[in-house]
Design a protein. Structure first.
Length: 253
């Protein structure tokens, strides 16, 4: 049928560009937020990257901050290590289990997606403290709950009574994962072998304790380097705690 024979209604129904899914919109938005930060990213730029009308974006999210939080939450959920994957690393050898779990968590936080999210949340949580809290709720809390349950099952009594389980879970993440994450967020790179040594040493330090039981024996050839890495991790954790406290004060004010 020639175009001249088309009715006005048929002409209006010509197929156009397919509309992006909501997931694709959030991906496009996150790419820009990661590249330019929250302040440096405009709704116009997001619409241009997504090929979507501004009214459509506003209809879905209302404003740029809501869109930013939605994109960040989705990225965190995609990045998380599933608890079932951590649970699959368990065996009768508790220390070996912790080594595998620790290695997975460290590798995940030091991957490209983990570092980008870490830097973005660090940068924006000063002006939006709720970003850091949402990161904890989505990303940290499920892992902490799993670790606390793991410690109750292995370190508790017959009924799984281990009063320090929650504190132990927090300590495990801080010692094993927090140090490398903080260092990497501030541009201090560790090669694969150094990361592996740090993970092994930190897990053994956590599990056995240097002062209480004296059972943490040095690994040949790793002593001085591990001491240096541990001190760097402690410095990174101190700095991270200061940033969290600052964000908390801003939220309370």
């Amino acid at each position: 049928m020639p175009d001249s024979d088309l009715t006005e209604g048929q002409a209006r129904r010509r197929p156009g560009r397919p509309s992006l899914s909501n997931e694709e919109l959030l991906d496009k938005a996150l790419d820009l937020f990661l590249e330019k930060g929250f302040a440096g990213t405009s709704i116009d730029a997001i619409c241009a990257a997504a090929g979507m009308a501004k009214r459509t974006v506003y209809a879905r999210y209302g404003d740029k901050e809501t869109l930013f939080k939605a994109a960040l939450s989705r990225a965190i959920e995609d990045w998380l290590v599933p608890i079932d994957h951590l649970r699959a690393q368990e065996s009768e050898d508790f220390e070996a289990s912790l080594m595998r779990i620790g290695a997975i968590l460290v590798e995940n936080v030091l991957g490209a997606a983990g570092l980008r999210l870490l830097r973005l949340t660090n940068a924006e949580s000063v002006t939006m403290p709720e970003i850091a809290m949402e990161n904890v709720r989505l990303g940290t809390d499920p892992t902490l709950h799993y670790l606390a349950d793991l410690f109750r099952r292995h370190l508790g009594g017959p009924e799984g009574d281990f009063a320090e389980a929650d504190d132990a879970a927090q300590a495990f993440l801080s010692i094993v994962v927090g140090g490398p994450a903080s260092n990497a967020a501030w541009g201090m790179r560790m090669d694969t072998s150094a990361i592996g040594r740090h993970t092994r040493y930190s897990v053994r330090l956590f599990l056995h304790g240097v002062l209480e039981r004296g059972s943490l024996l040095p690994v040949p050839g790793e002593g001085d380097e591990l001491v240096r890495l541990l001190r760097e991790a402690e410095d990174g954790l101190t700095l991270a705690r200061q940033r969290v406290e600052q964000a908390g004060r801003l939220l309370r004010d």
